[in-house]
Structures are given as C-alpha cells and as structure tokens.
Write a protein that binds this ligand. Structure first.
Ligand code: NAG
Ligand code: NAG
Ligand code: NAG
Ligand code: NAG
Ligand code: NAG
Length: 447
C-alpha cells in the first residue's frame, strides 16, 4: 500500500526479524556473542516503534473494492510533552486559507473535530499564542471540499512562528524536530509551512533543501484544496537542543552534527591535538552587543592570548553558510549565556564550550547548553558570574531580594525575572578568577 505508515511498515519487518532472530539465537551460541547482541538491539528498537504505532487515535477503515483503497484511514497520535504530532494516512484535504485539515471518511458516524498548533514547545502557553491554530475535521467524504491538486508525495505541516528568529529556538523547536520528522523520508516529502517567516526559510535554505527535494508551500496563502494520502502534522521533538537516541527514529545529536557537517561542507570533524602540532588553539569569544554585554571582552581576549590561545572576538550575525564554516575552525568558544552559543553545533568533536552564566541565571541557564554540549561530544566549562562582576551590583538596596534570592523572583513571574537578570545585566569578568577557567580549557584542548 502506497500510504503505509512508517510505523505499520515496521510491523511486518518486525515479524520477519523475529523469525530471523530465532534462527540467529541458535547460531548465536555457535558463532559469537556480539552478533547476538546486535540482533537483540534491533528487535528491541522495533518493539519500541510498534509501541509508538499502536498509539492510534482513529482506526483503520477497511473498504472493499480496489477503487477505494485510498479511503483506508488511520491517524496515529505521536504527541509527547513537547509537541502535538499526528501521522495521518488516508484521504487528507488541506485548506490553507481557513487553516483546516479534512480527513475524509467514507463511513458515516463518529465525526470529530479538534484544534492543534504545529509548533514544538507546547508547554509554553505564552508562545503558543503566536502559533496558528489548525482545525482537524474528521468527517464523511461528501461533506469535505473537493480536491483541486492531488499529491502523491507525503507532506509535513509545521509552523515557523513562536520564537522563530532566535537561533537557539530555530534549532531546538524547528531544525532538530524537522530533522527527526522528515529525515526518514529521505527527501521525498513536501514541507507545508504555516506562519511562514521569510528570513527563516532563507536562512536555513541549505538545510531545508537537504531534507526535502520539493519547494516549500506557504500553506496559509493556499486558497485551493490540496490533497495528500499521507501527512505528518506537527514536528516530533524529544528534548531541549537534543535528540533522545532511544526514541523513534533512533537518531542521535551526533548524527545531526554529521548531517550539518556534510550539508555545510565543514572540514574539521575533531580538534587537533595542539601538543603535537605547533599551532595555537583557536578561541572564539562570541560577543553580544545588546544585552548581557561582556564589558571587558578586550581585556579577556588579551588574557586568553597571553595564555596561548589564538583569539577572535566576533558578534555572530549574517549568513549561516559562512558562520558554520567559521565556527568549525575553532577549538574553544566562549560566550555569555545566549543564543550565540547555539553555534556550538558546528564545532569539531572534543572542542570546549565556556558558558559565562550571569548572576541569578544558574538554574535557568544550565539545561540549555550543559547537557547538549556533552551529548555533542564537546567539553563544557561554566563560569558563574559573582555579584561583584555584574552590573546589578549597586543597582538595588543591599539587602534586596534581587541579590538574595533570584529563584523567588523567577517564581513571581518570568517577565519580571527576565527584565532584571536577562535584559538588564552586563558583565565585567574578574580576570584573576577567570584565568583558572581559561587554563582548564587550555589543558583540555592540549591533552
Ligand atoms: C494526543 O495525545 C496527547 C498526549 O498524550 C493528548 O494530550 C492529546 O489530546 C491527544 N490528541 C488527540 C487529538 O486526541
Ligand atoms: C484527486 O483525487 C481524487 C481521488 O482519487 C479524485 O476524485 C479527483 O478527481 C482528483 N482531483 C484532481 C484535480 O486530480
Ligand atoms: C550565504 O553565502 C553563500 C556563500 O557566500 C551564498 O552562496 C548564499 O547565497 C548566501 N545566503 C544568503 C541567505 O545570503
Ligand atoms: C568577587 O566575588 C568572588 C566570589 O564571591 C570572590 O571570589 C572574588 O575575590 C571577588 N572579586 C573581587 C575583585 O572582589
Ligand atoms: C549594557 O551594555 C550595553 C552596550 O554598551 C548598553 O547599551 C546597555 O545600556 C548596558 N546595560 C546595562 C544594564 O548596563
């Protein structure tokens, strides 16, 4: 069947594999232990994907007669805590102007209708207000609009609204989820973008062209009804700036990094060992000009230079093809907590990431880059800014809660917290203390 789900396809593979596994288990005693383990692993993976496939929302409709096989509908609910995702197989009719997906059923009975927002940050109630709401209508064919264009290739519908434009969110909420969702189609998939923002699609054009062979459709502008036999609504997402390798499709963030390396033709897979070649390790200081400004970045650069690094200070803007190649030439990047550090995805393996954590941001900042860096096979060092290095010193009364208990202020409301600690704090590093962190970084890249 042309519109078999990637999940249901694995059902039959699963049974075949099971047979194979039985034979192999016998042979296993004779041959080797390792063969046995590999087979066990793939059987476990297939069991997991079957479990995912079974999260069915609306079941199969078996219609007799060869003419009507397209009416076999199935809807899988693949949602998790980060995003709402449906995999739909059958008679799908999309009307972009009215933001409606019709799933046409040849049977009367259980018509259903609900709304969904195809952006992978569903826990964030604030940002979800900036994502277009789509109606999903499951109803009889006679009540569904007629198809104006029929597509034989599957579609993925997703939003580039929300926090799109902030590079961290571009990766966490969009590019990594899109990679997880579309890569299994190997380019044979068409992207339907809602809340289309031109800078996003042009900024990541190179990646998008690698994931889909077809032109992107700005679905909000479509007045005509576009029909598909298979689609994924929304993007699968596992975690903050990362991939869980034990979830379908069993990809890893290292695989994603490899994908970026080949997409942008990045040369360095891993850092060189500076002990053996006489080149100074290269350090990039990511500069921020508008907020969380590192006031003594020139002094810090000189300090690092003096310790043996070849240092550059840059504000990362402009064209990603150029940025990716540029960042890939470094062994160490350092920067104050912020979206610029997202560029660590382009670093070679074993490179060092130094995150300067502004006063009060310890708990908030850590999950964004610390564990992602480790999973990316990078080394992570953090430097916690003390009050005497922060522009917050002297701004509030000595016994202010701002100094005593940032956590309590965060609990009172994110906007207030953000205004104090994220938007209105500059930093001047204590070079005596920061030197220790630089020496640690030097030791890491030189060993
Ligand atoms: C899909 O599953 C999620 C999480 O389990 C649930 O919140 C959501 O309501 C389900 N969607 C539909 C349309 O049933
Ligand atoms: C699209 O496919 C449906 C179902 O096969 C068919 O009834 C309809 O005529 C097709 N429309 C176009 C424009 O090809
Ligand atoms: C980025 O730079 C590359 C190489 O110079 C160029 O081919 C491409 O068109 C640029 N992309 C954008 C979006 O400006
Ligand atoms: C700033 O505070 C830190 C930690 O409280 C302390 O170790 C350091 O010596 C102080 N630096 C200066 C210049 O006072
Ligand atoms: C931080 O530095 C920037 C750039 O110099 C400046 O525009 C801004 O007003 C400063 N903010 C604070 C809170 O000192």
């Amino acid at each position: 069947m042309a519109y078999d789900s990637i999940f249901s396809r694995s059902f039959s593979q699963y049974h075949e594999l099971r047979k194979l596994r039985c034979v192999a288990l016998l042979l296993c005693f004779i041959i080797t232990f390792s063969l046995c383990n590999i087979l066990k692993q793939s059987a476990v993976n297939l069991e997991l994907s079957m479990a995912l496939g079974l999260k069915m929302l609306i079941g199969f409709e078996k219609i007799n007669g060869p003419q009507q096989t397209y009416n076999v509908n199935s809807i899988y609910n693949l949602s998790n805590s980060r995003s709402d995702v449906l995999e739909i197989n059958g008679d799908i009719r999309i009307h972009g102007k009215s933001a409606t997906v019709f799933i046409a059923s040849s049977l009367e009975g259980f018509p259903r209708s609900w709304t969904m927002e195809p952006y992978a940050r569903k826990g964030d109630v604030f940002v979800m207000n900036y994502v277009r709401k789509w109606k999903i209508n499951y109803q009889v064919t006679t009540k569904s609009p007629n198809c104006v264009r029929n597509f034989s290739i599957p579609a993925i519908l997703f939003s580039t609204g929300g926090y799109t434009g902030n590079q961290f969110h571009d990766f966490t909420d969009l590019l990594i989820p899109l990679y997880l969702t579309s890569r299994p189609f190997n380019g044979a998939v068409i992207f339907l973008v809602t809340d289309k923002r031109y800078p996003w699609t042009s900024k990541y054009k190179v990646i998008l062209e690698e994931l889909s062979q077809y032109d992107i459709i700005n679905i909000d502008k479509e007045k005509e009804v576009l029909c598909f036999t298979r689609m994924i609504f929304g993007l699968k997402a596992h975690k903050e700036f990362g991939i869980n390798p034990s979830e379908f499709p069993y990809y890893s963030i290292m695989g994603f990094r490899q994908f970026l390396r080949s997409t942008y033709s990045l040369e360095r897979k891993s850092i060189n060992n500076c002990r053996w070649c006489k080149i100074r390790p290269r350090m990039l200081i990511i500069s921020r000009k508008n907020s969380r400004f590192l006031k003594n970045e020139v002094e810090v650069a000189k300090l690092a230079q003096g310790l043996g690094f070849d240092v550059m200070v840059e504000e990362i803007v402009s064209n990603l093809s150029i940025v990716a190649k540029f960042v890939n030439t470094f062994d160490v990047i350092m920067g104050v907590h912020g979206a610029g550090l997202t560029n660590m995805v382009f670093l070679p393996n074993k490179a060092v990431v130094i995150e300067i954590i502004p006063f009060g941001l310890e708990l908030l900042a850590r999950p964004y880059f610390q564990s992602p860096a480790k999973e990316m096979n990078l080394r992570y060092l953090e430097y916690k800014v003390s009050l005497n290095e922060s522009s917050l010193l002297g701004k509030y009364p000595v016994d202010s809660e701002v100094y005593r208990n940032p956590g309590a202020i965060q609990k009172k409301g994110f906007l207030g917290f953000r205004s104090i600690y994220l938007d209105n704090q500059n930093i001047s590093l204590d070079c005596g203390r920061f030197r220790e962190t630089l020496l640690k970084a030097l030791k890491l890249v030189c060993n």
